[in-house]
Design a protein around this ligand. Structure first.
Ligand code: ARG
Length: 463
């Protein structure tokens, strides 16, 4: 083998270049080039620190910092030629820097290793994703608040087991998702706080004998502090797993909401009209308007949770510190992050564009004996019956209504009194769905006043 076939980064120890299969399985440049900006930011911070501490001369540090900017602009403008032989983004950048500035480029790797370098790059990338996820969640919450605001007092059926349970308000239902995505928001912020420690300077695994200034690089890269254990710093990927964990829960919430939109937009429910912008037609059935965006959002949990499981399996059982297995972290996280952002944006657009069918919701709210609990509560409150007895009396009235083919408000007073002689006309007031929801004023309940209080609280929280 000629010298050309050897990797110039470690050619000294090697007599031959790699087998083609080895190169193919080893290279990560095909995907880790997505971290080019983070890699160059990390290297520029490291170069500045090498200069400030006198480990390299100021002029070399400046050359490196300037040269790295040139490399960045070559990458951004698509002029950069990535090489699989150079394995990954770190060596591609360094090699190009050498071509641009010459010998001083060889000093950039002083006091660091690709192990702390890749950990730093990847953390910066994941941190950016956490920030983007935070922004997307806030936007989605605002979209939901808009829907809740408009329909704080619109009634609709509330379900358990997907059977009509009790009337609720549209606003209340929207606000349930605000609570879910609100917890997702706090999970994302929490993960960001915990992960924001800088691995750079941990070097290969043991730290370095050079008088580096880890506080300086940590600060330059926006980290709160340097990570405190060099072994942990190069082998920690739980920051990525936390992102995937949070992403999985977000995707699960999105999937539940998407499922409701699929059901609600069907001809059988007609609770909502999805906009043309987030639907598709059928090539054969002219009447069709399919909720494809919702269905795809519903499905995204598959690959996102898959990434979470895959990376957890990669990491389990790895001895400290770095192992090449860990190179398998990136594709999972990139794919999950891309699809999470897409799903969040699509849900955001669907929520903003959908129209609730207020009349249909109200009619549906009154069917299925949805105010049976209100009737039972009335018997307790007005006739002082124990709840269990009231439940039984109400049950016989539901059976009666069912046999007559009508709903509870359609029963006559005589029907009512056949179940309990003390029932009066006043009972009919609680059987209306508007009165039903208005009466549920307990904290967190579905009464429009409660819903509005929660909307206002969230608006304050988000500022
Ligand atoms: N491409 C590698 C990765 O993504 C970079 C670190 C390589 N370190 C090493 N000791 N071979 O993990």
């Amino acid at each position: 083998m000629s010298d050309n076939s050897q990797n110039q980064m470690w050619g000294g120890r090697f007599a031959a270049g790699p087998n083609a299969i080895m190169e193919a399985i080893n290279a990560s440049i095909g995907f880790d080039k997505r971290m080019a900006a983070q890699d160059i930011a990390g290297s520029r911070a490291h170069a500045a620190m090498l200069g400030a501490t006198g480990i390299v001369s100021d002029s070399d540090a400046n050359l490196m910092r300037e040269g790295l900017l040139t490399v960045l602009s070559e990458i951004e403008t698509g002029k950069f030629e990535f090489s699989t032989a150079l394995e990954d983004i770190h060596m591609n950048v360094e090699q190009r820097l050498k071509a641009i500035i010459g010998e001083p480029a060889g000093r950039l790797h002083t006091g660091r290793s690709r192990n702390d370098q890749v950990a730093t790059d990847f953390k910066l990338w994941v941190r950016d994703q956490l920030d983007a996820t935070e922004g997307a969640l806030i936007s989605l919450i605002h979209a939901l608040l808009g829907q809740a605001d408009a329909g704080a007092d619109w009634v609709m059926p509330g379900f358990t087991h997907l059977q009509v349970a009790q009337p609720v308000t549209w606003g209340h239902h929207m606000m349930a998702y605000v609570e879910m995505f609100g917890r997702d928001l706090s999970r994302v912020r929490d993960a960001r706080k915990r992960m924001n420690e800088c691995p750079l300077g941990a070097a290969a695994l043991a730290g370095t004998s050079f008088p580096i200034d880890r506080d300086m690089t940590a600060q330059a890269l926006g980290f709160d502090r340097p990570s405190a254990n060099s072994l942990d710093a190069v082998s920690d990927r739980d920051f990525a797993l936390e992102f995937l964990g949070a992403a999985t829960i977000i995707a699960m919430h999105l999937s539940r909401m998407a499922e409701e939109l699929v059901i609600w937009s069907s001809a059988q429910f007609r609770f909502v009209m999805l906009s043309d912008r987030f639907s598709t037609g059928s090539s054969i059935m002219p009447q069709k308007k399919n909720p494809d965006a919702a269905e795809l959002i519903r499905a995204k949990i598959g690959r996102i949770f898959g990434a979470n499981v895959a990376l957890t399996m990669v990491m389990k059982g790895l001895p400290l510190a770095y192992s090449k297995d860990m190179q398998e972290d990136k594709e999972q996280v990139f794919d999950a992050a891309d699809n999470l952002m897409l799903a969040l944006a699509a849900m955001d657009g669907m929520v903003r564009d959908m129209t609730a069918n207020r009349e249909v919701l109200e009619i549906a709210a009154a069917t299925g004996f949805s105010t049976a609990t209100d009737l039972a509560d009335w018997l307790v409150r007005v006739l002082d019956m124990p709840f269990r007895d009231a439940h039984h009396v109400t049950g016989t009235l539901v059976a009666l209504a069912e046999s007559k083919g009508c709903d509870l408000p359609d029963l006559t007073l005589a029907d009512m009194q056949s179940a309990h002689e003390n029932i009066t006309m006043a009972v009919f007031e609680v059987l209306g769905v508007q009165n039903s929801v208005a009466s549920r004023t307990s904290y967190g309940g579905t009464a429009p006043a409660q819903v509005r209080a929660q909307i206002n609280r969230w608006k304050e929280v988000l500022g």
